[in-house]
Design a binder for this molecule. Structure first.
Ligand code: NDP
Length: 287
């Protein structure tokens, strides 16, 4: 008989607020499906206690990794031993993994998007022209991963000039892609030749689920891949209208599952079941 082992490996999320973060539902389902003695917990950590929380994590050998969400994605960098290359360019960490005594910062948000693009739409980003609506954290992560994967041109469309211009400068200085900023004023018309159109704004987020980004939907063509970061509900008005124009669509639920699956693999070394994670999260979202 195997020796009893009452020590679970712990992962989780540091955030504030954190009670409504559903990530644990899909991670715990995936641990269970593989028979792993691991658990994902939500930890309420205020901004001033982040350093102490990371120290606590370091002190507990079976605390194997953690996600960081609002307000810790940038602040956590100072407490880590190493930052992965794309997380360095993005300037934010959403996943911390452990290698022996070292804590390494990663960003799986953009990587989740890239995996959805490759696995679900069979798209290679190399040589593409992408239009990204938004210039916040999600837009930044997606834009950097697209650029590092060889996207030729990235157009950032954003309401506030400051954030949009900052992202464009970052892309032009730190990646091989050519980036340009377009100030968002009135219905945005997608230019000819665009391969990817991504809503990376929070427009459509619950409870405003009927809102859609202000674009000219007639400028969407059947050859385009149109993506939304909004995970709940995943079939947003933006994606519905893009599908009506014949575009291929990718939803934010898929991206959320993939970014979690990438973190899972980083922590455990095992490939989780995407289906188990997707089903668990979709059920939680009532879909
Ligand atoms: P931020 O607050 O950092 O950025 C929000 C962006 O949305 C900004 O560019 C902002 O523009 C823009 N925006 C918000 N409201 C409007 C509006 N009414 N009109 C035009 N632009 C608007 O948020 P995040 O980037 O962190 O998150 C964005 C979304 O991505 C959230 O809904 C989040 O849930 C989702 N997300 C999904 C993930 C997934 O895996 N599916 C992963 C990470 C995030 P401005 O600069 O002008 O304010």
């Amino acid at each position: 008989m195997a020796e009893p082992n009452y020590m679970e490996n712990i992962t989780g999320v540091f955030g504030f607020p954190v009670a409504e973060n559903p990530t644990g539902v899909m991670q715990n389902a995936a641990f269970q499906a593989l028979g792993l003695n691991w658990r994902y917990l939500n930890f309420e950590v205020t901004a001033e206690n982040l350093g102490n929380a990371v120290l606590g994590m370091r002190a507990m050998n079976n605390f194997r990794g953690v996600n960081c969400t609002i307000p810790h994605k940038v602040a956590v960098l100072q407490y880590l031993d190493e930052i992965a290359p794309s997380a360095q360019v993005i300037g934010a960490v959403n996943t911390v993994r452990r290698e022996g005594d070292r804590l390494i910062g990663e960003n799986t948000d953009g990587k989740g998007f890239m995996r959805a693009l490759g696995d679900d739409a069979d798209i290679d980003a190399a040589g593409t022209h992408a239009v990204i609506l938004g210039a916040g954290g999600a837009a930044r992560a997606i834009a950097v991963e697209l650029a590092l994967a060889g996207a030729r041109q990235i157009t950032v469309v954003n309401r506030s000039h400051g954030r949009g211009e900052t992202l464009v400068r970052l892309l032009n200085e730190k990646t091989p892609a050519h980036a340009e900023f377009v100030a968002w004023a009135g219905a945005y018309r997608v230019p000819d030749g665009v391969d990817l159109l991504i809503n990376a704004t929070s427009i459509g987020l619950f409870p405003n689920v009927e809102d859609a980004p202000d674009i000219d939907f007639d400028s969407i063509t059947p050859g385009m891949v149109v993506c939304d970061v909004i995970p709940n509900p995943p079939r947003t008005p933006f994606l519905r209208r893009a599908a009506e124009r014949g575009a291929t669509t990718l939803d934010g639920l898929g991206m959320l599952v993939y970014q979690g699956a990438i973190a899972f693999k980083m922590w455990t070394g095992y490939e989780p079941s995407i289906e188990v994670m997707h089903t668990a999260l979709a059920a939680e979202f009532g879909g």
